[in-house]
Each structure stands twice: as structure tokens, then as C-alpha cells.
Design a protein. Structure first.
Length: 395
């Protein structure tokens, strides 16, 4: 009864299901009496009477007394439908009918409301009237008609999903059957992914021969225009001399490396290096002069051994040495930032590079390891206001 009372307050379709086989323990007369007792509660609801269990007894197979009961029920004007939940015969028809009646009922309720009256007065459906007897057929472009004809002539292709449903567990996805190759027999050839350490996919290009021909033509055009010889001719004498010197130095370095390797290959006892090294400044200057590289006099002091400096305090009195004339300017030590640099142009370039390399270190230069910053451990915006007793110290 609680469910019946709930239906009174719900805008829904009332389905009254009757068991015509009488296996529920109630006769048709008792079921009809129950329907008539509860019908006043659903006075404003659409009602559908359903005869269930038609798979056991059909309405035509009932006795005359039972048929009279159904006739009395039909006389009341309510729709009567048949169904069987066991065989699902007529279940969908009952659903469709119930949905249609519910939709119609709700539309009628909205049309009866006062708000709908104000909106309905403003609704107007314009119906076109015939202006003259001139025929104006619809204009369809030729391209659209052609496309429609092509769609009609196009054969219906079976989808891969349909093939999968037909074959069931025996289905295997074949992606190669749609490949468009010049030779159809090559579709199922086994192609390795890696060949000689190279990825095959990187070399697959349908237009690779055409691109190769274009590159060869472009290369021939550049050679005919002396494109590669122009860059060499545009260099000045100083650059050419520098390139030549660098080439000689590289060749000499290769020779020295090869000689050193050959010496190491000889299997003989190795003696410790003597105190004095065999290389000297004079030997280096001689080798550089043979290569055509002149070492300036200012740079000779770069190879001199620096005097040992002691952090201890020198004696207050020392033995007087023989006085010597001060060293000439040519023998003085050059600045460290200019040692090994050729000219002013190279010095400026090195300074520029050093300045650029110093930028990351200058970032936040004032902040060091000892500069600690103790931030505000209790920001006011998190602690303002009253808090109740407890351990909470944040909002």
C-alpha cells in the first residue's frame, strides 16, 4: 500500500498487471475488484491494464465467464495489453505505449498551466502562400548529383568489425591486405625492422629516387657555378697563411704521436725519467721555426720557471748580492691575461669570452654560503584571528 500511496504524488503511468492464468492465488473477479478499489487514487494518471502470463493461457482460451469479466474491463475505456515476461512477448510494446501516454500526459499538463497560455498566444506558424503559377523546382548542383550516383554505384564494403563477429575466435587482424603495392605478391614479405644496425623505416620513402635526382642536379649546378671555390678565393692572405700553418702543425702532431706509439711498442725495460728533461725552450723554438711559426720575444718568458714564493716573512737583513742592471723590457714577464695571445684582436675576443663566462657566477653574487636568511616563521595572514584550544597553529 505504501507503493500505491507513492504513485498518487508521482506524475507517472500506472501499469495494473493482472494474472489471467490465476496462478497467483486470486481469481479474475478478485483482481478486477482490487483494480476498482484503487482506481479512484489514480484519477489524474494514465492507466494501462496488462494481461500477464499469456504464454500459459491466451485470452481467447478463457471460459465464457472469464471473458465476460474482461469485457466489463474493456467497457471502462482503459487500454488493455497482453504480454509474457517469460518469453518477453509484448514487453516492448507495453514500454512504448507507456512512454507515449506519459509524454502526452505531461504535454497536456503543461498546456493547461497559466504560464503556457501567455507563450501560446505569441506562437505563430507561418504557412507560405502560392504567389504565381511559375514553377520553381529545387536546384541541385551537378557535383552533388554526380556524388550521389557514385555512392549508389559504390559497392558496400564489409567492415572489419563485421568480419570479426562472423569469424569469432578464429579472427586475426590483417593490416597488410589493404596495402597498395606495385606487386601484390610483396604484401606478406617478411621485412626486418633493423638491418645492418640501421632502422629500415628511416629509409622508406616513395619519392626517394626523385629527391635524389633533385639533389644531384642542385649539386651539379653549384659545381658549375664554382660555389665551393668561391669561399676559398674570398679569404685574405693572413687567413690562408694561418690555415697553412695550422695544417702543418696538425701533420707534425700526428707524426709525433705515431713515433711515440712506435716507441711504446718496443718491448724493453723502461728506465725512470732522468732529473733533467730532454725537452727545452731552445728545442721548441727551433721546431716552431722549422714549421714557419715565429715565437715573439715577449712570449719567451712564458716558458721560464716561476720563482718559488714563500709565505714566510723574509729576513730583515740579507746578504748583499752583486748589483745587476735591471732586466730589459723584452725579458719582463707579460701579464697573465695576455700570455699566449697573438694580437690585440685575439685579446679582445678572449676578454669578451671571459666576461660572458663570468655572468652565471655573478648572479646573486652577494649571496654566499654564510649569508643565511631566516624567514618569518609565523606569517600574520595565517595566524590572525581567534583559535580555540588545541594544537592547530595554522588557518
Amino acid at each position: 500500500m505504501q507503493a500505491v500511496a507513492a504513485l498518487i504524488h508521482i506524475r507517472a503511468v500506472v501499469l495494473y498487471i493482472m494474472d489471467i492464468s490465476e496462478q497467483c492465488g486470486h481469481s479474475l473477479e478478485a483482481q478486477l475488484a482490487l483494480y476498482r478499489n484503487t482506481k479512484p487514487s489514480f484519477s489524474n494518471r494514465p492507466i494501462i491494464i496488462i494481461l500477464n502470463k499469456t504464454d500459459i493461457v491466451r485470452p481467447d482460451e478463457l471460459t465464457d465467464e472469464k471473458k465476460k469479466v474482461l469485457e466489463e474491463l474493456r467497457a471502462e475505456g482503459e487500454p488493455i495489453l497482453e504480454m509474457s515476461t517469460l518469453t518477453e512477448d509484448g514487453v516492448m510494446a507495453v514500454k512504448v505505449e507507456a512512454c507515449e501516454r506519459l509524454l502526452t500526459f505531461r504535454v497536456e499538463q503543461k498546456m493547461k498551466s497559466s504560464k503556457m497560455a501567455t507563450v501560446a498566444n505569441r506562437l505563430h506558424v507561418a504557412m507560405p502562400k502560392k504567389r504565381d503559377d511559375k514553377e520553381r523546382p529545387p536546384c541541385i548542383p551537378a557535383s552533388v548529383l554526380r556524388k550521389q550516383h557514385m555512392a549508389v554505384d559504390k559497392p558496400i564494403r564489409k567492415l572489419e568489425k563485421e568480419i570479426e563477429q562472423e569469424m569469432g575466435d578464429d579472427y586475426m587482424l590483417d593490416l597488410r591486405k589493404t596495402w597498395l603495392l606495385a606487386n601484390e605478391e610483396e604484401k606478406y614479405d617478411i621485412i626486418p625492422e633493423i638491418w645492418n644496425g640501421k632502422n629500415i623505416a628511416d629509409f622508406i620513402d616513395p619519392e626517394i629516387m626523385q629527391k635524389l635526382e633533385e639533389l644531384e642536379k642542385e649539386e651539379e649546378a653549384r659545381e658549375d657555378a664554382h660555389y665551393y671555390s668561391m669561399s676559398e678565393s674570398e679569404e685574405d692572405e693572413e687567413t690562408k697563411e694561418m690555415r697553412k700553418t695550422a695544417r702543418i702543425i696538425r701533420e707534425k702532431r700526428k707524426i709525433i704521436t705515431m713515433e711515440s706509439r712506435e716507441k711504446r711498442r718496443v718491448e724493453k725495460p723502461r728506465m725512470p725519467r732522468p732529473t733533467k728533461r730532454s725537452r727545452s725552450q731552445a728545442q721548441l723554438e727551433t721546431e716552431m721555426e722549422d714549421l714557419g711559426v715565429e715565437i715573439p720575444t715577449e712570449a719567451s718568458s712564458h716558458y721560464m720557471r716561476a720563482k718559488s714564493r714563500s709565505s714566510s716573512r723574509p729576513p730583515l737583513k740579507r746578504k748583499r748580492d752583486d748589483s745587476e742592471a735591471p732586466a730589459s723590457r723584452s725579458r719582463s714577464r707579460p701579464p697573465r691575461d695576455r700570455s699566449g695571445l697573438r694580437d690585440n684582436k685575439m685579446i679582445a675576443k678572449v676578454k669578451k669570452m671571459a666576461k660572458k663566462a663570468q655572468k652565471p657566477f655573478n648572479h646573486q653574487a652577494k649571496k654566499g654560503e654564510g649569508d643565511r636568511v631566516i624567514l618569518n616563521m609565523k606569517p600574520k595572514h595565517l595566524f590572525s584571528g581567534k583559535r580555540k584550544a588545541g594544537k592547530t597553529d595554522r588557518r
